[in-house]
Design a protein around this ligand. Structure first.
Ligand SMILES: *[C@@H]1O[C@H](CO)[C@@H](O)[C@H](O)[C@H]1NC(C)=O
Ligand SMILES: *[C@@H]1O[C@H](CO)[C@@H](O)[C@H](O)[C@H]1NC(C)=O
Length: 348
């Protein structure tokens, strides 16, 4: 035992401290009812998703995503991963629904179509904690949060949050557990922080979560040590999605009730019901190179060490539309959600 421990300690001492953090934009690649992780093969998954990343996105996806497709909507042009979340809708008091558009963060280049903010940090923003940060492997996928998750979900994942953007898009506090009760002047942000400790064996698991373990105390704080069941420290992945709710500010219901609803039919808007999906697709060892470097945000672009592309190139990239349905304008029901189910307290 002692020998094993001192070997681990010796190894840790060899790993130099570094401070790498990626924060970048990925524009919309498609908005569609597809979910290759949770509902592979279904052309018309249960609810609508907001998807960014590589254009190979499809009803089912296998193998090395980094080698599939021809382009990506992300700033880093070697990142063919897919990142997605449920879409937010506004529900009018007259019963009609309208999709809430996403908008990019202030810190990202102007003109990105839609756009989520993606983060890959080490132990936290400031350091790798002198540990090796192991990039995800080809075929790796995971989800965080679940529409069927109860309040205990928030205990497991402290990084599922909402922020009411009261003072511009850069508002970051307070982070809250439920939908804000009043209009948010500059929009609503949903945050998804994924777990970063891997079991070292499985690229996926039946619930798409148990191969990973979360040790983050909250938001972007330093993750605690990985447990022996999940000993491999991976990049800390997080999404920020900014919903442009301003167009609905003067349609807020007179009775003060919340008018927003996620595409899976959740109008109560608890952070523990939100969810996000990830499918790794960086080319070759590009993500590992970034995690081994000390570059920060935009300084990682232009081959230092990551290849990057212009906003015009990002915006040209689109995935095929396999589900033919109208998702814009005022709709009588949420896409894929039957009228009968619409107002019931469905679990999924
Ligand atoms: C999506 O998957 C189908 C069936 O596997 C395949 O025929 C099709 O070419 C794929 N589309 C794209 C855009 O990759
Ligand atoms: C509900 O209100 C919106 C906005 O005024 C309108 O465009 C839509 O047609 C209305 N829906 C119904 C069913 O009246």
């Amino acid at each position: 035992m002692m020998k094993g421990f001192s070997q681990v300690a010796a190894l840790a001492a060899l790993i130099a401290p570094s401070q790498a953090a990626l924060r970048f934009a990925c524009g919309t690649v498609t908005i569609q009812r597809l979910d290759p992780v949770v509902e592979p093969g279904n052309i018309g998954s249960a609810h609508l998703h907001q998807v960014v990343g590589g254009n190979a996105f499809n009803a089912s996806m296998n193998g090395d995503i980094g080698n599939q497709g021809t382009c990506t909507t992300c700033t880093f042009s070697e990142d063919f991963s897919n990142y997605w979340t449920a879409v937010l809708f506004f529900k009018h008091t007259n019963g009609s629904y309208k999709r809430v558009k996403i908008m990019e963060n202030d810190a990202l280049p102007a003109g990105v179509n839609g756009g989520m903010t993606i983060y890959y940090t080490q132990q936290d923003f400031n350091s790798n904690g002198k540990q090796k940060i192991t990039a995800f492997k080809p075929g790796f996928r995971m989800t965080v949060g679940s529409p069927t998750q109860g309040k205990d979900g928030l205990v497991k994942h402290k990084g599922l949050r909402f922020t009411c953007l009261t003072n511009g898009k850069s508002t970051r506090f307070p982070e809250v557990d439920d939908f804000p009760k009043t209009p948010c002047k500059s929009g609503l942000m949903t945050e998804h922080h994924f777990p970063a400790c891997w079991d070292g064996k499985n690229l996926d698991s039946p619930d798409h979560q148990s191969h990973m373990y979360d040790t983050q105390p909250t938001g972007f704080a330093a993750g605690g040590a990985c447990p022996s069941s999940h000993p491999v420290r991976m990049p800390q992945l997080a999404y920020e999605t900014l919903w442009d709710t301003a167009e609905f500010a003067n349609m807020w219901p007179k009775d003060g009730s919340n008018p927003f609803i996620f595409s899976y039919g959740d109008q109560e808007g608890h952070a523990y019901g939100t969810h996000a999906d990830y499918m790794f697709g960086w080319k070759g060892d590009s993500l590992q190179k970034a995690m081994d470097s000390s570059c920060m945000f935009n300084a990682c672009e232009g081959g230092k060490p990551l290849k990057s592309q212009s906003v015009a190139e990002m915006n040209k990239c689109q995935a095929k539309q396999l589900v033919k349905e109208n998702i814009d304008g005022w709709l009588p029901a949420l896409p894929g959600q039957q009228m009968a189910k619409r107002d019931s307290k469905r679990k999924y």
